[in-house]
Design a protein around this ligand. Sequence first.
Ligand code: HSE
Length: 348
Amino acid sequence: MTTRLLIVGFGNVGRGLARLLISRSQWLKTAEQLDCRVISITDLRYGTIVQPEGISLEPVLQHIEQGTPFSTQPQPTENLIRQLDYDVLIELTPTRLETGEPAHSYIRMALERGRHVITTNKGPVAHHLLELERLAREKGVHFRYEGTVLAGTPLINLIRNHLAGATIHKIEGIVNGTCNYILTRMAAGMDYTAALKDAQEKGYAEADPTADVEAWDAVAKVMILAQVAFGQKLPLHSISRQGISGLTVADIQQALREGHHWRLIATLQQQDGILEASVAPQKIPQDHPFASVTGATNAIAIYTDCLSRITITGPGAGPVETGFAVLNDLIHIHRKITRTPNGNHNPR
Ligand code: HSE
């Protein structure tokens, strides 16, 4: 079955996804009966391509490596979303955390048209997850966002599917790859500016890295987890927030001599029906499970009534690591729409 994709936003994650679609094209067809056809890509920097018969992704990636735009006539994204013939909108524009726009409107437009949507954009999910899931349900389509927290490490799937039936009372962990990478490099003596530049070059940082180092990105992820795990919407400014930009190499190395590691820790805790959330750097001891979490790796501990503590650790940022989340969401949507409830392929 051919699945037509419209990709909006073609930065690090879009390119990571494109590489995966190229390398797994044959496997997707044979193992999953999923034939992906990218019919349009649009990006503020590179312009727009529309090819209903399917875009060849290799030349597009080569084009971008050479810094050349796709076309000289960018088309308004709204028109593409409203008019093109596609099955899944893949929304990968940069996060704008204050409002979640314009991504929120793009996602709504596609869902209103009865199209499935996958996003890795934290803004619309942080502000509007419950509303967007309701709209998707009303329209009988799927809305997936695995890549918004812990990149392709399957945290959202874990909470949504595998912990169904357990009550979660606390979640804490490392949710920003860039900050963890910077803190790890600074512990080895690299200065803050060089470590940040390194994280940007590796494709971990946000388009505006202030979002990472001042902990806005971690706050967005806390807002998403509040909805996924606790069904509650927390306003952006209700979450206590402190970033890592005030930490120096001297602070970090002094802590190390005392047997401690600085980590940026996000916490969500429900007590007596009240959900409290914060993000702040913490000095943790050598034997703490998060002390060994280094580089762009993330880790989350989930405290539940039935299973006590569950911990998941894995990549928290990166083009292919986040592109994988989109690919995985795509496979899940495809399975849901083509397989019968007992898991067999639908013969249609
Ligand atoms: N800038 C984010 C991070 C990307 O470093 O964690 C993944 O959400």
